[in-house]
Every structure is written in structure tokens, then in C-alpha cells.
Design a protein around this ligand. Structure first.
Ligand SMILES: [Zn+2]
Length: 254
């Protein structure tokens, strides 16, 4: 769908970030937190422009309230979290580095506006930001490319670097990142006063929708771990934490 457009934008901002940082510090990070936020905002604006914001003020207010609760529970480093509803009927959600998080109207509708389920979805996306999954991956790609250039003794060729980065799909996180987001999402939701067992209900719903309309899932659920594995993992974590709730308790396990 809109990924290629988004990726082109990302390449531009990523190269900008490289230009901004390449001459600078020898430190640990290739991209500073400020740059990360800037990159995420630019990419988020482009992404948002393709869908537009949803105009239902009640839903926007609900997402803002739940998002603020989750943001307070999120672990440092602090980011300017900003939760927005996009006017699209796909059941989807996505996080941009630096704190811009989108939930699609179709996702809110798919869970019937259930606050516990929305909380876990937002918390899952918040974890991708808080744990810097996207920006770390971007840094690895940039770092590898710089290392290759140095080894080859070539002058830095921005077009080549851009080409290397274009292979990167930020939302495609990989299984460890997804499990972590599932787990910490439950933790944030629990801390924020929502029922963390909603994760199980949402994952089961994904499984159901994915079986029915696999092409609808491009962003949040282009998952590497299979849905069954994610459900088992989530249930295992809930048991380990001793958290039972409306959507799952160990005794109700099937
Ligand atoms: Zn995810």
C-alpha cells in the first residue's frame, strides 16, 4: 500500500540524520534523541497526510486519555508521546520513532472501543518507541554502511547509503522486538490501571482477522512470530506475573 512512499521519505530523513551526525561525536549513538524525534515527526507527518485524522471527537478524546495513561506508565527515556487516530478502516496501529503513535479507526472499531484492548494496543506501540526498536535498527544499518565504506576506503557515497537504507522497513521489527512489545505492553497497561489480559483477546482477534483477510495486516501484524506463538507467550507472561483478568486467567486456559 503506502509503504514505498513512506520508505522514500524515510531514506531522505535518514540520510539527513546521517549528514547531521556523521561529522560529530565519536560517541555511542549515531542518532541523538532530538534527531530521532525529528525524524519520527517528519515521517509521521507524511504518513498521516495519506490517511487524514479521524474526526470523531469522542474517539479522539478516548484515545488521548488512554494514551496519556500509558505514556505515564512508560519507562524512560521520556518521549513526547502523541496518540492520534487515523481515518482508515484497516485494523491497524503503528509507532514512529520519537513518540508519534497512530491507531487506525478500523482498529478502534474492531475492538468496539474497548478501553482495555485499546490500552494494550497503544502500550504495545509505545514499547517500540520506549525501547527504541526502530531507531536502533536504523543505527545498525547506518553503522554497517559506514563500516563498509571505511573498509573499502571509499568516499562516502550518499546515494549508496540511501540505497542500503531503503531496504529497511521500520515497522517490520522482528520477533524479539514483537515479544518485548507484547510483554511490556501488558506491563504498561497493568501499571496504568487497565486489564492486561486484554492482550490475549486482541491477539486472538488478530488471528481471526488474519485468517479471514490476510492482506489487511500490513503494519502492526506483519509479524514474525506466528500468532499462536504470540498468544502462548502472552499467556505465559500473564501467568508468570500472576495477573488474571476478564479476558484470561490460568484456570480458563484452553
Ligand atoms: Zn509491534
Amino acid at each position: 500500500m503506502t509503504r514505498s512512499f513512506y520508505l522514500r521519505m524515510l531514506v531522505v530523513v535518514a540520510v539527513l540524520a546521517l549528514v547531521m551526525t556523521a561529522g560529530g561525536c565519536k560517541g555511542k549513538r549515531l542518532i541523538s534523541q532530538d534527531e530521532e524525534i525529528q525524524i519520527g515527526h517528519q515521517a509521521g507527518d507524511e504518513f498521516e497526510a495519506q490517511y487524514g485524522r479521524d474526526h470523531d471527537l469522542q474517539i479522539r478524546a478516548q484515545v488521548n486519555k488512554i494514551g496519556a495513561d500509558i505514556a505515564r506508565a512508560a519507562k524512560p527515556p521520556d518521549y513526547p508521546y502523541d496518540y492520534r487516530v487515523l481515518a482508515d478502516k484497516q485494523p491497524n496501529a503503528v509507532a514512529f520513532p520519537g513518540g508519534r503513535i497512530y491507531i487506525f479507526r478500523g482498529m478502534v472499531d474492531a475492538v468496539d472501543g474497548n478501553a482495555d484492548k485499546i490500552a494494550w494496543i497503544l502500550a504495545h506501540e509505545t514499547t517500540h518507541v520506549a525501547r527504541q526498536h526502530a531507531v536502533r535498527r536504523l543505527e545498525r544499518q547506518l553503522g554497517q554502511q559506514i563500516a563498509i565504506e571505511l573498509l573499502l576506503g571509499e568516499k562516502k557515497d550518499m546515494a549508496k547509503i540511501a540505497g542500503a537504507i531503503s531496504g529497511l522497513v521500520l515497522m517490520d521489527y522482528g520477533r524479539d522486538n514483537e515479544y518485548e512489545a507484547d510483554r511490556m505492553g501488558m506491563e504498561y497497561a497493568h501499571q496504568a490501571g487497565y486489564d492486561p489480559t486484554a492482550a490475549v483477546a486482541v491477539l486472538k482477534m488478530f488471528q481471526e482477522i488474519q485468517g479471514r483477510e490476510p492482506n489487511d495486516f500490513e503494519i502492526m501484524f506483519a509479524t514474525h512470530p506466528g500468532n499462536n506463538d504470540r498468544i502462548n507467550h502472552a499467556q505465559g507472561y500473564l501467568e508468570q506475573q500472576g495477573w488474571a483478568g476478564r479476558y484470561y486467567s490460568p484456570e480458563s486456559a484452553d
